[in-house]
Every structure is written in C-alpha cells, then in structure tokens.
Design a protein around this ligand. Structure first.
Ligand code: COA
Ligand code: ZN
Length: 302
C-alpha cells in the first residue's frame, strides 16, 4: 500500500492561524526524512481563496529535495500550473469536482470550464519534466447536491485519461462515502485504469474513513492519501473535517501485515508535534493511544 502524505496541503489549507513558512518547510522536510515517497506540499491557488497556502512558492523553494520523494502541487487552473512549474513541483494535481455546485463554490467555474483549463495545461506541460494527476472531487457525494451518479464520475475519469493525464484521484471531499459505494466505484474505475494510477482520498468526517480504505483495498486499490494527525478539510464545504489520519492508517496496515514502508514509531513522534504547529489538538487516535503493542504498566490494586 502506498500512502501519499497530504498534511502540508489539505491538512493546513483551512487552518485559521497562518502556519509560518519556515514551520511548513520543516514539516515537509520531516515527512520526506520519514520516508514518504509522495508528499502533497502545497497548492498554487488564489491567495484570496486559500490564504493559508499563499506561501506555496517559498515552501517549494525552501524544502530539501530527497531523491525518491515526489513533491506534488495542487493546481486549479493554467495560472496555477505555470506557478507550480516555476516553483519546481515534480507533479501537478489538477482538481475539479464532479458536482457543478461544489466546483462553482471551490473554483468559481463549472467543472467543464475547469477541465477545459486542464486541456490547456496538458498542452503546455508536454515535454516538461513534470508528472500529472487529476482529482475528481466530491466523487462520493457533494455537500450541496448530495449523491453524484457513478456514471458522471467515470465519465470525468475518462475525460482525464483522454487528456493523457497519468494519475487519477477519486476524492471523498467531505466524508460522505460508504464502503459499499467505494467498492463499486473502485471496481468500475479499475476496469479502465490500473491500480498503480489510481489514488483514493478519504476524509473521516463521519468516522468511516478507514472502513472506506479497506473497502477500496479489497476492491484492488493500493494508493491512498492521508494526513498526519488527521489534519485537513475543504475550506469551501461547510463542516468539512480532517483527512484520514496517516498514523491510524499505518497502524491498521501494520497490524494487518500490509507493507507501507514507513516506520510507525517515527510517524507517531512526528504527529505528536502537530498540536504545537497548528495551536490545537488534532483528531488522530493512534498518536494518543500509542501502538497496539505498546504495553502499559499493570495498575496497582489496593
Ligand atoms: N494562483 C494565484 N493567483 C491566481 C490563480 C492561481 N492559480 N488563478 C487566478 N489567480 C488570480 C488572478 O491573477 C487574478 O488576480 P488579480 O485580481 O490580481 O488580477 C485573480 O486571481 C482572479 O482571477 P480569476 O481567474 O478571475 O480567478 P477567480 O477569482 O475566479 O478564482 C480560482 C478561481 C480557481 C483561482 C480560485 O477559485 C481558487 O484558487 N480556488 C482553489 C480553492 C481551493 O484550493 N480549494 C481547496 C482544494 S480543492
Ligand atoms: Zn481533501
């Protein structure tokens, strides 16, 4: 199983208090030192839309680039792609919702207009040393419109593939997915795309995040986004909360004998530094509980 760490981007994008650029750089450096092969570092979006990530270029300029860690930038439009390339992103992640209403709230345009922009981006990145991924946001439901037809989601995936975009992410932007739905949609997607090119992005808004991971895994998916400490949330969706938590997922995978290539103890230690970084508690559970095998002293009975 491959875990792409998204705390620096999804995790920090809706933090009310600005996290200092040097602290963001230290977080990304600590994550790449921990051995993540893929980190979503920041987004090149409008600084008015997401002031928390207005320092994306400085963060990219300041991080240590470890060979073997792909540094991803979220990109909403051609201007974002231009900025991400100038900053030296290894990969751009283009995002459009399947829901018309959510895309208008999030990106200020229709999904069709977003995807037209992606076509222009793909023209300009041809030949450049950057890989490409595109996300179908609200793929499992929209907080404004409700359920989204699987046919529409698959059509958007096909459109991405037509544009020669390499990777595709199905995102449960506001934690509306359930395991049955996940299993069905993952199976349909894997009929047109190999597992090596598909990522699942779940939020734990309703406590079903890891159940959805397991359903996707059993349906053949192998790549998952997660955020250290369970940080995260979409600033343009009311009540949105954190991503699935990296160390909670890592702990579950470890216990199940699924290799992830990351050291759980190191992840827990790093996660325990997050409350100081963001100024509040974070929702992850394993950093609080410790590893399942961490033994406790036997209480003294009087
Ligand atoms: N990066 C920085 N600035 C950008 C930009 C980008 N990618 N795209 C547009 N802008 C600037 C324009 O240059 C323009 O600046 P000006 O007013 O100084 O001339 C201004 O933003 C308005 O441009 P416009 O094209 O009309 O954009 P918009 O205001 O309709 O916003 C998006 C469209 C997509 C840029 C904005 O909605 C956005 O950044 N959304 C991302 C939201 C997000 O990150 N959500 C969470 C992750 S999915
Ligand atoms: Zn998200």
């Amino acid at each position: 199983m491959l875990i792409q760490e998204v705390a620096p981007r999804d995790g920090l994008q809706s933090e009310a208090a600005f996290v200092a650029t040097a602290d963001k750089i230290a977080l990304v450096d600590a994550l790449s030192a921990a051995g993540f092969s893929r980190i979503e570092v920041s987004s090149f979006v409008s600084p008015r839309a997401v002031p928390a990530l207005r320092d994306a270029a400085e963060v990219f300029a300041g991080i240590r680039r470890r060979p073997g860690t792909v540094c991803v930038a979220l990109v909403p439009n051609p201007k974002g792609a231009e900025r991400a390339l100038a900053a030296g992103a290894d990969e751009i992640n283009l995002v459009a919702s399947v829901s018309e209403t959510h895309n208008r709230a999030n990106m200020g345009m229709s999904p069709a207009a977003s995807i037209e922009g992606f076509a222009r981006i793909m023209e300009t990145v041809r030949g450049a040393r950057v890989s490409t991924n595109a996300t179908v946001a609200t793929a499992f439901g929209c907080p404004f419109e409700g359920g989204q037809a699987a046919d529409k989601v698959i059509a958007q995936v096909e459109r991405y593939l037509d544009l020669s975009i390499e990777g595709v992410t199905l995102a449960d932007t506001t934690g509306m997915a359930n395991p049955r739905q996940v299993e069905r949609l993952v199976r349909r997607t894997l009929a047109i795309l190999p597992a090596s090119r598909l990522t699942l992005h779940f939020h734990n808004t309703r406590g079903v995040g890891l159940a959805n991971v397991l359903a996707a895994y059993q349906a053949g998916a192998r790549r998952f986004d997660a955020a250290l400490g369970g940080l995260g949330g979409c600033p343009f969706a009311p009540g949105a909360t954190g991503n699935i938590c990296t160390e909670d997922l890592a702990s579950m995978a470890d216990e199940m004998g699924i290799a992830i290539g990351l050291d759980l103890g190191a992840l827990i230690a790093l996660s325990r530094s997050l409350p100081q970084l963001v100024g509040h508690d974070v929702p992850g559970q394993v950093a609080r509980a410790g590893r399942p095998c961490d033994l406790h002293p036997v209480p003294k009975v009087a």
